[in-house]
Design a protein around this ligand. Structure first.
Ligand code: ATP
Ligand code: MG
Length: 451
């Protein structure tokens, strides 16, 4: 009781004061306890501890598992806490009123504590072993697992996880704490190696997204792929064509918006995965240096924003990634259909988005915003005096301005528009009007071609 109260108070302090400093301090303690297989409770979400406790009290086995243990041992603040248990989803559901069952491919339980969600999964079995026994497993022709709700032991569960470093379990019952490592995960953590469990080719065939996960973790943790894990990737890239486009959207965001986007992109290129996800953008980047520089600058900037805990949006990422495809498509349409630059530009937005969405489903709320960012580019460069106030009040102004700056940085010549808008934003509303008037002659708002 006293211990739980202590945890509560510490957690409150943790969120109230400088969280990072607090985390680092606790991590020192982790190092001390590491050899004893202990993690200080302060590093674990108290909601996760509550869930573990209730599952134990109800007679089930329950462990913290995966990314949270990996990250704590690497002194990184975990993004979320996952729990693995021998309780079936319906049994977990009964124990927690604040829970719901989700997922088809994997049935999971989400236990909701305000803004924090603790994910609870029942131990799964290695699907091949169970397949012959006619359990609920479904394979596509390429070996991809379509559904995987076969339950098993903790050893089975560990074997069907992706990487050795993601297959660490943490047992926390009363005063007894222990890290369970079935596959040399701790050794690989120490060696900074990302190693797929089992036969890599089979594991990639089961779930080709593991290729993208390998890149993501290598970038995030600054790890190397083990030789056997890296070897089959180039021959198996085609398997990604089979992955539902909506799932790829999520994975791509995790790759580019996790604070290690630039490194993820370099690795995606090294393993030739980038061209599979973004064929048109990849091609144009080989032909036009500014296209490559623009995306590089965008990722550098996005990483910085994530590290400073500033918001980032997929709409901006896609606007930068596909901008040169839009320019190229607009030029082709204008030439072939003999239409105005403005109409060609509008048509190209649709064409580029539609083509990309065949591979990766970008939700409509983002594609609309992406098109607005593109649409504002022309107005930002042209700076028509009567439109300035409206442009600056547009909900997408800030993102459009950021893209403009990136474009200039990547070598596009835009009549100093970036500097102009930077000066404009520094002024108060009264001065903005005179600034616009004064600078109108300088900018010579003559009709320009589309950007
Ligand atoms: P992150 O910090 O990005 O959340 P994570 O390791 O927690 O990293 P999740 O996607 O949250 O990643 O998955 C939780 C755990 O589930 C993983 O650590 C891994 O053990 C297992 N897992 C997730 N996706 C797969 C997969 N495609 N194949 C096998 N195991 C997986
Ligand atoms: Mg996670």
């Amino acid at each position: 009781m006293l211990c739980r109260l202590k945890n509560k108070i510490l957690n409150w302090f943790c969120s109230f004061f400088d969280q990072k400093l607090f985390f680092m301090k606790c991590c020192k303690k982790t190092k001390r306890n590491f050899n004893q297989g202990k993690i200080p409770d302060e590093l674990i979400s108290h909601n996760a501890l509550k869930v573990l406790q209730r599952l134990h009290d109800s007679g089930y086995e329950a462990y913290l598992v995966g990314g949270c243990i990996r990250d704590i041992l690497l002194q990184i603040r975990p993004k979320d806490f996952d729990i693995a248990t021998n309780a079936h989803p319906e049994q977990v559901r009964k124990l927690f009123r604040n829970s719901r069952i989700i997922g088809r491919r994997f049935k999971l339980i989400h236990i909701i504590f305000g803004r924090e969600i603790i994910e609870v999964a029942t131990f799964r079995a290695c699907h091949r072993k169970q397949n012959h026994q006619n359990h609920m497993v479904q394979d596509s022709n390429s070996g991809r697992i379509l559904r995987d709700n076969v339950y098993g032991t903790i050893q089975d569960d560990a074997a069907r996880r992706d990487f050795t470093i993601n297959a660490l379990y943490y047992r926390h019952v009363g005063d007894q704490q222990k890290i369970l490592d079935f596959s040399s995960g701790i050794k690989d953590l120490q060696r900074k190696k990302l190693r797929l469990l089992g036969d890599p080719e089979v594991r990639y065939r089961e779930d080709p997204v593991r290729m993208l996960r390998a890149i993501r973790f290598a970038a995030k943790l600054n790890f190397n792929l083990a030789k056997t894990t890296a070897a089959p990737i180039r021959q198996l890239i085609f398997l990604l064509n089979d992955v539902p486009a909506a799932r790829l959207f999520d994975e791509v965001l995790k790759l580019f918006l996790n604070g290690h986007g630039l490194q993820s992109w370099h690795l995606l290129q090294t393993y030739e995965l980038f061209a599979c996800l973004f064929p048109d953008a990849a091609l144009i980047m080989t032909q036009k240096k500014p296209a490559k520089l623009l995306f590089q600058e965008t990722l550098r900037n996005t990483d910085e924003r994530v590290h400073n805990e500033l918001p980032v949006t997929p709409a901006f990422l896609y606007a930068a990634l596909l901008w040169h495809c839009v320019l190229q498509t607009a030029k082709r349409l204008q030439d072939s259909e003999n239409i105005s630059a403005r109409i060609a530009m509008q048509k190209s937005f649709d064409e580029v988005i539609k083509k990309q969405c065949r591979i990766i489903t970008i939700p409509k709320r983002f594609t609309i915003a992406t098109c607005e960012i593109w649409d504002l580019q022309h107005a930002l460069v042209r700076r028509h005096p009567e439109k300035i106030t409206n442009i600056a009040a547009h909900p997408r102004f800030r993102a459009a301005y950021d893209l403009l700056i990136m474009r200039e940085k990547s070598g596009e010549s835009l009549n100093n528009a970036g500097k102009w808008w930077m000066e404009y934003q520094k002024k108060n509303p009264v001065k903005r009007r005179s600034f616009t008037r004064r600078n109108s002659s300088e900018n010579s708002f003559k009709k320009q071609r589309q950007p």
